[in-house]
Design a protein around this ligand. Structure first.
Ligand code: FAD
Ligand code: SF4
Ligand code: SF4
Ligand code: SF4
Length: 383
């Protein structure tokens, strides 16, 4: 029997899924099994669209189509929590299996705290996440730093601290640290992110800690809930996936890598927040002075949007039609988000004026989290 806390190397039994998967296709095979066995009615996952810079969220009800979503898209900067909410709202009794990064999980937990999603209707297959790269910056980085045509790249991956591309005629890797020193690499919110192993999901899956002959061909799966244990147990018994206990040395290595990533995240927090604190109001005033009031930051925030109309509307402090808006437009939003910003980066990523919005709200929330309860992603919700 599989139990919460167990750790396995897992891979798909089906040869096609094994080949298409990022690290042996365990997630794809588990999603397929969950759908076939009726544990869920649909699966929400991400597939490649026009190219590898185009990550497309997809709801699938036919198990035969799930293999199309195999593989990791590191330029997939999307957040799935609002899509999950929409699906659950529109399919009142249905259960949904979702592949989630740490930020997707955090977004769902914040929505659950507000009774906006029912976690009992979700099966969350978490992926460890070292970070994602904005598609626009990725294309620029590949052209300028790798000196390769971004359209010639057919595979990208982040491995052993390098961003690696495969393209017609070769492959190249450059250290992420070097790229980030020059303003390329992961999104700034991802650098500050501390949700590297999504233990609030039902399973936490990744390549860290897979060593020996299974490296690259199996996923390290940490079982994080009873629901996750039930899925893995049933899928293994049905022959959908194969498992073996994780190598103890691999477990140790995974722990060290996670620890190093958390240290790095804390270093970025210190650096970004200290720089901001040296001229907080000046920076906010200057940066938000470019705002064209498109409302994208409000509409795409996983926790802001329930009060979107209130924030957009005319008020005594904000005048309709005024561009750039009075800084109060932004301060009201920061105040609203101050108890729940999950640092997902959507506001910043989708701001047409490149205003570093996530930095502002994340700085406020991080300060609050040191003092107040409940902590982000923690009680009252537990899996
Ligand atoms: P597959 O069977 O190939 O399934 C992959 C699943 O991920 C599919 O459901 C697919 O739809 C989904 N997916 C792909 N791209 C995205 C996306 N951008 N957002 C949400 N879902 C997506 N593992 C580590 O151990 N360390 C890391 O630093 C790390 N960084 C990652 C960063 C990103 C952006 C992603 C998406 C994954 C990362 N992983 C990391 C996880 C790793 O790449 C594999 O996904 C994991 O090992 C599972 O492999 P698999 O073969 O079982 O997955
Ligand atoms: Fe991954 Fe965290 Fe960035 Fe989300 S915010 S994409 S979990 S690093
Ligand atoms: Fe202003 Fe950017 Fe928000 Fe649009 S997304 S309202 S431009 S801050
Ligand atoms: Fe995500 Fe920005 Fe909302 Fe924070 S304020 S939760 S970073 S969209």
């Amino acid at each position: 029997m599989v139990a919460k806390g167990d750790m396995f190397y897992t891979w798909a039994a089906d040869a096609d899924v094994l080949k298409k998967g990022e690290c042996g296709g365990a997630i794809t095979a588990l999603q397929q099994y969950a759908l076939k066995s009726g544990m869920v009615d649909a699966v929400l996952a991400v597939r490649k669209g026009a190219d590898l810079y185009d990550a497309v969220p997809t709801v699938i009800t036919n198990p035969a189509e799930i293999a199309e979503t195999a593989g990791s898209l590191h330029c997939g900067t999307l957040l799935l929590s609002k899509l999950v909410k929409d699906y659950l709202d529109n399919n009142r009794t249905a259960k949904l299996g979702v592949t989630v990064k740490g930020c997707d999980t955090m977004g769902l937990i914040e929505l659950a705290k507000r009774n906006a999603v029912d976690m009992d209707r979700l099966l969350l297959l978490g992926v460890n996440c070292g970070g994602s790269v904005s598609p626009v910056l990725a294309r620029k980085m590949i052209r300028e730093k790798f000196e390769v045509d971004p359209d010639a790249v057919h595979k990208e991956e982040i491995d052993k601290g390098q961003f690696i591309i495969e393209y017609e005629g070769g492959h190249k890797g450059i250290k992420i640290d070097d790229l980030e020193d020059e303003g390329y690499g992961r999104r700034s919110n991802c650098r500050r992110c501390l949700y590297k192993v999504p233990r609030q999901a039902d399973l936490a899956c990744g390549n860290w800690g897979v060593i020996g002959e299974k490296a690259g061909n199996a996923t390290f799966v940490e079982v994080c809930s009873e629901k996750g244990a039930k899925l893995l147990d049933a899928a293994a018994k049905a022959g959908a996936v194969a498992t073996e206990p994780a190598n103890p040395k691999g477990i140790e290595i995974r722990g060290k890598v996670e620890g190093a990533m958390l240290n790095l995240g804390n270093k970025w927090r210190k650096k970004d927040f200290e720089a901001l604190a040296s001229d907080l109001w000046g920076t906010i005033g200057r940066e938000t002075g470019r705002c064209i009031k498109c409302y994208s930051c409000i509409e795409n925030c996983p926790v802001c949007f329930p009060v979107a109309d209130e924030l957009k509307g005319n008020s005594r402090m904000v005048t309709s039609g005024e561009v750039p808006p009075n800084p109060m437009f932004h301060l009201r939003r920061f105040a609203h988000i101050s108890d729940s910003c999950i640092n997902c980066g959507q506001c910043e990523e989708l701001c047409p004026m490149d205003i570093p919005l996530a930095l502002f709200s994340h700085a406020v929330r991080t300060e609050g989290d040191t003092t107040f309860e409940p902590k982000l992603g923690k009680a009252p919700y537990t899996n």
